[in-house]
Design a protein around this ligand. Structure first.
Ligand SMILES: [Zn+2]
Length: 80
């Protein structure tokens, strides 16, 4: 089999053409969901499409930490 390119930035999908040939189609990889930097849980309220300012929750560390970790961090800071 002849691969179209050595690049792995796109995912490879095998397709059978109407003529019966097996060919490799290159498709963009699926974007992974944003994850919290502390607990690694998938972040809620982070959209894949739209402007950067519209994609993230507009609070401190929005789109970087989950709400539980932000709350925990702020409590620890206030106590320190
Ligand atoms: Zn978290």
């Amino acid at each position: 089999m002849k691969w179209p390119t050595k690049s792995r930035s796109k995912r490879r999908i095998m397709r059978r053409t109407p003529g019966g040939r097996n060919v490799v189609h290159l498709k963009p990889r699926k974007q992974s969901k944003a994850h919290c930097a502390v607990c690694r849980q998938a972040l809620k309220g982070v959209a894949q499409k739209g402007a950067a300012s519209e994609k993230r929750p507009s609070r401190p560390y929005g789109g970087y930490l989950c709400s539980a970790c932000v709350r925990q961090m702020m409590i620890e800071r206030a106590r320190a």
